[in-house]
Design a protein around this ligand. Sequence first.
Ligand SMILES: [Zn+2]
Length: 128
Amino acid sequence: MRKLNMYRPGPFFLGWGLFFSIIFPLLLHLITFIAGNNAYFSLAIRASNTIGTVVILILCILICFELLQDKVLDRFFEKNTNVKIRISEKYFECQKCGNNKVHEDQTYCTICGVGFKDKQKAPFNIYY
Ligand SMILES: [Zn+2]
């Protein structure tokens, strides 16, 4: 399962949600104020409000899911501080201190002294 990050789609959802729930209904209200009330405009205003609310609700659900996912990942890394993770073809990174010059054959970190155990599978695909 791929890790969910909302830093790119978040503003997209928020922008469209605010557009449909505030900006577009205000424009339609302005048009009905100038041109007179019309049943189609009031229906369009309600539909736009509904669409905007649904988009913002989806955003809230995705943000809650991301927070839950980050909590699970945080617990995973707290339990697995004495592993080394490959960061390039030559080097690994110590998860205890962040030393990124660990070689494949090293059994302990030269900076913090932690002994490495076998890498466990992360609950999400965190490397992309
Ligand atoms: Zn270390």
